[in-house]
Write a protein that binds this ligand. Structure first.
Ligand code: BEZ
Length: 218
């Protein structure tokens, strides 16, 4: 499988998980998805990552996002390890973990980078939109736990920019000013952004986040 690119349809698959067999596209339904791989069960960084995703479930659900983890370890290991994660991270892992022993899904999503590790998956993240297209790919090394606040931040940006003619600037967070798309004329911008906009340069125009009830420019 060639590397997945933004805009590609996320490959469908069936797999054994800690919550039974799933058929990926059916399981996603109309939700957004976050599919993320981790190198191995019973490892310290992975334990903190899967615990964090469990603790963030309310945030994901608010955004209509389903999360699903993957490693190439067997189902029995996943099940035993989930108890450890729940115990040590003070949470309940209530999303599925794929047991990809035959590496079928890892290969479909190019999650094994042989020059990093011949056996283990790297820390991949795929954000998938309800139309099943890939909206973000990330690859982290085994030694660096991911920042799941960043994953939520990207989802907020993707969900905003799917409906409004804006993009989000560096380090943007929900509620902060946005950038007006270059394809929007100033005339159109006056109609689209009744809260107003600031023309810093003709190509750099800032407006308060358009889908919020209140707020002037920061
Ligand atoms: C970990 O999750 O702690 C880990 C996994 C593979 C290599 C290094 C660290």
């Amino acid at each position: 499988m060639a590397t997945l690119r933004l805009g590609d349809v996320a490959p469908d698959f069936t797999a054994q998980t800690t919550q039974g067999e799933i058929s990926f596209h059916n399981w996603l339904g109309d939700s957004w998805g976050v599919l993320f791989s981790h190198p191995a069960d019973f490892t310290p960084v992975c334990t903190t990552e899967l615990g964090t995703v469990a603790k963030f479930q309310d945030e994901f659900k608010k955004r209509n996002v389903k999360t699903i983890a993957l490693s190439v370890d067997p189902l029995a290991d996943h099940k035993r390890w989930v108890s450890d994660i729940d115990e040590t991270q003070h949470t309940t892992v209530d999303y599925p973990i794929i047991a990809d022993e035959d590496r079928k899904v890892a290969e479909l999503y190019d999650m094994i980078h042989p020059n990093a590790s011949a056996k283990a998956t790297v820390r991949s993240v795929f954000i998938i939109a309800p139309d099943k297209t890939v909206k973000l790919t990330l690859t982290y090394p085994a030694s660096t736990g991911r920042n799941f606040y960043e994953i939520l931040r990207v989802i907020d940006s993707l969900q905003l920019t799917a409906y409004e003619k804006v993009a989000t600037p560096a380090n943007w967070n929900e509620g902060e000013d946005c950038v007006i798309l270059p394809s929007v004329s100033n005339e159109e911008a006056k109609e689209l952004f009744p809260k107003g906009f600031q023309e810093v340069k003709p190509y750099l125009r800032m407006t308060p986040q358009p889908n919020l009830q209140t707020g002037g420019q920061n």
